[in-house]
Design a protein around this ligand. Structure first.
Ligand SMILES: CC(C)(COP(=O)(O)OP(=O)(O)OC[C@H]1O[C@@H](n2cnc3c(N)ncnc32)[C@H](O)[C@@H]1OP(=O)(O)O)[C@@H](O)C(=O)NCCC(=O)NCCS
Length: 343
């Protein structure tokens, strides 16, 4: 609990499983009123998408906890924190939004204090904010609170109705064949697919302490199972090297059940020994052609690429993506729990 200039701010954990319709209305109101202010290029978020996101969070980032901030009984801020596992068990990823009418009154700071208090377990040492509009209020607020900018991501969108699909006419280079699947990776490809996924480790990640996943075969299978459980459609296209029968390059796209006409273009990775032959473009365009053949109603594809990765950003532009904005990650030490009082 914190006292603002003209109101008392109360921050409490929030459980989307137990939430009422009124809670969802309030949550949606904060996000939908903030969206045109903070992200004017993004289409407005529907109540359904808010509930879908709350109930089916991206499994990649581990268990999620939520908080609501109230002032005078009204919900004025919402927050969630992801507690990733494995390589990122040292990290807390936080995302919070204050209603535009209630900013600069200490709500954001009170929420962050509550989150830090609740997530401290002695093991997690770093707290990061992800994907704040570059130069925006979130970045200013975070730097005022001791965070530093560690990485920048260029966000790009492809609007299907506006793209000339002739841009996607790429054949596989000689010596490779293109393969597409939805869901489970074929057993004969899973070893080399996991190896191709590991090539993402070469993508620049700046100074963020977020570690890309190790991508063992077990992780590939666990990821598929989690996405299936969440109702996320996972589409994959790969280039198979004819000489060895191994996956040389891969790309992946997710379709969340609450936004069935939007795709989230995920990793694209080509193993080092196969680079420079156009495989990245070949797998992406193969995936898009298959997607539109199966789903002619599809509307948009979104993707985010590390700002230093200018090659991939240019490739996306050539395929019809438009750069919409730049986002930054911010990071600071998560203070350890205060020592127990002495007797
Ligand atoms: C960023 C955000 C959470 C801040 O919430 P808030 O309740 O207004 O923040 P506070 O009142 O606690 O601000 C604390 C300090 O941060 C700094 N700050 C906050 N907003 C700022 C702005 N627009 N410009 C410059 N500094 C700012 C100030 O130093 C402020 O102290 P002051 O008001 O005494 O000068 C809110 O603007 C928001 O919801 N933005 C959209 C979502 C977002 O970017 N979230 C980022 C975290 S993941």
């Amino acid at each position: 609990m914190a006292t603002g200039e003209d109101m008392t701010i109360e921050v409490h954990p929030f459980d989307p499983v137990l939430a009422t319709d009124a809670d969802f209305d309030a949550y949606h109101r904060v996000l939908s009123d903030a969206q045109p202010v903070d992200k004017p290029h993004v289409p407005s978020i529907t109540r359904e998408a808010v509930i879908g996101g709350l109930r089916r969070p991206n499994p990649e980032f581990g268990p999620v906890r939520h908080w609501l901030a109230r002032a005078g009984g009204e919900v004025v801020g919402v927050a969630f924190a992801c507690l990733p596992e494995h390589e990122n068990a040292h990290l807390v990823l936080v995302d919070l939004t204050v209603h535009p009418d209630h900013r600069r009154r200490g709500v954001g700071t009170a929420v962050l204090d509550a989150v830090r208090e609740d997530v401290r377990d002695g093991h997690r040492t770093v707290i990061e904010g992800f994907q704040l509009p570059k130069g925006g209020v979130g970045e200013k607020w975070a730097t005022a609170l001791g965070f530093r900018v560690t990485h920048a991501t260029v966000m790009q969108t492809l609007v299907v109705a506006e793209v000339d699909r002739a841009r996607w006419d790429f054949a596989a280079p000689a010596g490779y064949r293109l393969v597409h699947w939805t869901g489970a990776t074929p057993a004969d490809l899973v070893d080399s697919y996991a190896r191709a996924r590991r090539a993402i480790h070469d993508a620049p990640l700046g100074d963020t302490s977020y570690q890309p996943r190790a991508w063992t075969v077990e992780q590939v299978r666990a990821d598929e199972a989690q996405l299936r459980e969440q109702g996320v459609e996972q589409r994959v296209a790969v280039a198979v090297h004819e000489g060895t029968g191994e996956v040389a390059g891969m790309t992946e796209l997710h379709v969340a059940p609450h936004r069935p006409t939007w795709g989230n273009q995920r990793d694209t990775a080509v193993r080092a020994e196969h680079r420079g032959r156009g495989l990245g473009v070949a797998v992406k365009t193969h995936l898009y052609r298959r997607l539109l053949a199966d789903r002619p109603d599809f509307e948009r594809i979104h993707t985010g690429t590390g700002a230093p990765n200018t090659h991939m950003i240019r490739v996306n532009e050539a395929l019809g993506f438009t750069t919409v904005r730049e986002l930054v990650n911010v990071s600071r030490v998560l203070d350890p729990a205060p020592p127990a009082p002495r007797r």
